[in-house]
Write a protein of this length. Structure first.
Length: 425
């Protein structure tokens, strides 16, 4: 047969050409078939390789996929198999196939319904498809205890996702729901409390930006119930100041400062306090000035507070200021007062330190020696008027000079806040 074909090809040129073309076509067809098969195998292998971080042996994972696919074909109504296959498809990067298998599992049986939806929500969370994950999560049943904890896990994952997307109202609701699944003494419960404090404050920011001040205050207070933070106190101080409640503003600013002495803007506090002082034309109380003193920088290096002196009283305090011959806004602060010995014995050691502060900073201090052993302050007596002048200071934005009057009966550098005063410029 072969010899006959060779003789025909030798004699007939056209037949020879036709034969060559047929052979070439056959070779091309075989090549395409091999390429298609190998391409399918390579494609599937590549997707299996994406799961190498999760499986030590990609070949083993490929075999597992092949076995699972066969089992599903043999048992198409087995929800658990569809769940396993869906999870495996996700591992190798077949997200769409993973969705199909998990949706099939959801519809197959009541028993597999929770686990299938659980895995489906996790899948959508991993794929960053927030809205679908949120809807599916709302449909998840929680009849068994272990199911409830799984749902709590999803609530936390989705709440974290909501925070990343600035969906703070959603995050608040999810964290609140998750909180109910945990023991109040557990670490996880306390962690969620902290997250809620952060989220509530972000919700407050949202309402504040929309001029819904009462809602903002409500969420800031809710945030503080979960965790005391300087930022929440500070924002409440700002709102109180805007609304004209300067007493409350000063209180909230002080709370903020005590929680975070480095991070709180002392100038804002000082401004609120100055507004309150100016509005009431008041002299600061000792309690106020102790709080305010926290915001006067470098005060500690001038005084070291100890017990309140009972023998000495500062009285008849008067303040004024003089225009200086220096710069245009320069003034000289003047303080006048009397020192009274209200005890029934002589005071043999007594000195006064007067600190002048402006714009939250000490700009001058003066020491006055009132009594010593040679010249004690006799019992139930008082000095003549004592006058103290501070060095000139340029007054800019801060139109008040705060004066702190400390007393001491110690040889050491230990002082007690005795009186305060404010000069209104």
């Amino acid at each position: 047969m072969l010899r006959v074909l060779i003789l025909l090809l030798k004699r007939d040129v056209k037949l020879r050409i036709f034969f060559i073309i047929c052979c070439l076509l056959a070779l091309v067809a075989v090549g395409l078939t091999i390429k298609t098969v190998s391409g399918f195998v390579d494609s599937k292998s590549e997707k299996v390789e994406t799961a190498q971080t999760k499986a030590a042996d990609p070949k083993e994972l490929f075999n597992k996929l092949h076995i699972l696919e066969n089992k599903v074909r043999e048992n198409p109504d087995n929800a658990s198999l569809h769940i396993d296959l869906g999870k495996l498809y996700y591992e190798i990067g077949e997200e769409n196939r993973a969705k199909v298998e998990l949706y099939r599992a959801v519809g197959l049986s009541q028993k597999g319904d929770f686990l299938a939806k659980y895995e489906l929500v996790r899948l959508y969370i991993n794929l960053d498809e927030y809205q679908i994950a949120k809807v599916l999560l709302s449909e998840i049943p929680n009849t068994r205890n272990n199911d409830k904890m799984k749902k709590a896990e999803l609530l936390i994952l989705l709440a974290e996702m909501a925070v990343d997307k600035s969906e703070y109202l959603d995050a608040a609701k999810m964290y609140e729901s998750a909180l109910g699944f945990y023991n109040p003494e557990s670490t996880q419960y306390k962690k969620i409390q902290n997250e809620l404090a952060f989220v509530y404050e972000r919700v407050a920011d949202y309402y504040y930006s929309g001029d819904e001040i009462s809602k903002a205050v409500e969420y800031l207070n809710s945030s503080l119930e979960k965790k005391k933070t300087a930022s929440a106190f500070f924002k409440l101080g700002l709102i109180s100041e805007i609304e004209g409640n300067l007493d409350e503003a000063v209180k909230k600013y002080t709370d903020a400062y005590l929680l975070n002495k480095e991070g709180v803007n002392a100038d804002v506090f000082n401004n609120a306090l100055r507004k309150r002082i100016s509005a009431n034309r008041e002299t600061l109380s000792e309690k106020d000035i102790v709080q305010y003193g926290l915001f006067i920088k470098n005060t500690d290096k001038f005084v070291n507070k100890t017990v309140l002196l009972k023998d000495v009283r500062i009285s008849n305090v008067n303040t004024e200021y003089l225009r200086s011959s220096g710069p245009e806004n320069s003034i000289e602060a003047v303080l006048k007062f009397q020192v009274m010995n209200i005890s029934k014995k002589s005071v043999e050691k007594l000195k006064i330190r007067v600190i002048f502060a402006n714009d939250g900073k000490v700009f001058d201090f003066r020491d006055i020696y009132i009594a010593n052993k040679k010249h004690p302050l006799e019992k139930l007596s008082y000095t003549s008027s004592v006058s103290v002048e501070a060095k000139p200071i340029v007054i800019n934005n801060d139109r008040n000079v705060v004066i702190l009057i400390y007393t001491s009966t110690s040889d050491e550098d230990r002082w007690v806040l005795s009186k305060t005063a404010v000069i209104y410029i």
